[in-house]
Design a protein. Structure first.
Length: 255
């Protein structure tokens, strides 16, 4: 059965009137326009405009709610109320909707035959099932849209995390390369210092050897005190001087 939408348009007030329907217009879905409703909301239907009447609570979704067929079948005006609670100022807002229903001529008092009654009953059952399915389809469609939005949000979050991880990995790789380069430079500097020290030691040994050779060629003489406290004099053979004591004085003489 094709879904029939009946628009209830609010123009700034808290009440509105819809177009007229007949008592046989089953399967009507009330579409509410002009006020913001939560994802799911409650709407109370009744054939009475006062609280003394009996009402039926229906659950709506996506700005739409199914009108109970039993209230259309009476041929009387239908009244609907939506009560919203405002959690910010702890207030509540009541919206009322009046749905005019045109009465139809009564059917013949003659009772239908059992076959006719069976056909009618089956048709009513099928109609009610189709109406309930339509309302459920509306709710399911809204839930599917929300699930798709949640999936997209999750995918975007995962992409952001992956990009951040890639950036962190790239930075870590750059830092590691810089540390490796610094370590390599330090190793090269240590090798250069070691080479310089070896060169200096070699030069010092060479200079000492040269000094020793020069001393041997030019000759030398030296004095020192040994462990017994004696003054020791030493000279090379190519030094032609000598020392002797004269009346307690040390005299240098040529040989």
């Amino acid at each position: 059965m094709e879904t029939k939408f009946l628009k209830a348009v609010f123009g700034g007030g808290t009440s509105t009137v819809t177009n007229k329907r007949t008592r046989t217009d089953y399967g009507q879905v009330l579409e509410i326009i002009g006020i913001d409703l939560p994802d799911t909301f409650e709407c109370i239907f009744s054939n009475s405009a006062t609280s003394a009447g009996v009402g039926k609570k229906m659950i709506g979704s996506a700005q739409r709610v199914l009108i109970p067929d039993e209230y259309l079948a009476t041929g009387q005006t239908i009244y609907a109320w939506i009560l919203l609670h405002d959690t910010e100022d702890d207030g509540r807002h009541m919206y009322s909707i009046r749905i005019p229903v045109a009465d139809m001529p009564d059917t013949s008092p003659e009772e239908p035959t059992p076959v006719e009654q069976s056909v009618i009953s089956q048709a009513i059952t099928a109609l009610n099932s189709a109406v309930e399915k339509t309302a459920q389809d509306v709710i399911d469609a809204d839930a599917s849209a929300q699930a798709a939005q949640d999936a997209q949000t999750a995918a975007e979050s995962a992409r952001d995390v992956a990009q951040a991880s890639e950036t962190a990995a790239s930075q870590s790789e750059t830092n590691a390369a810089a540390s490796a380069s610094s370590a390599s430079q330090s190793a090269e500097s240590a090798q250069a210092s070691e080479s310089s020290a070896r060169t200096s030691a070699t030069n010092a040994a060479r200079d000492a050897d040269r000094a020793e050779q020069a001393a041997g060629q030019s000759g030398y003489m030296a004095f020192w005190i040994d462990s017994n406290g004696d003054l020791i004099y030493e000279r090379t053979s190519n030094v032609d001087v000598d020392f002797r004591l004269v009346d307690g004085d040390l005299i240098l003489e040529a040989m």
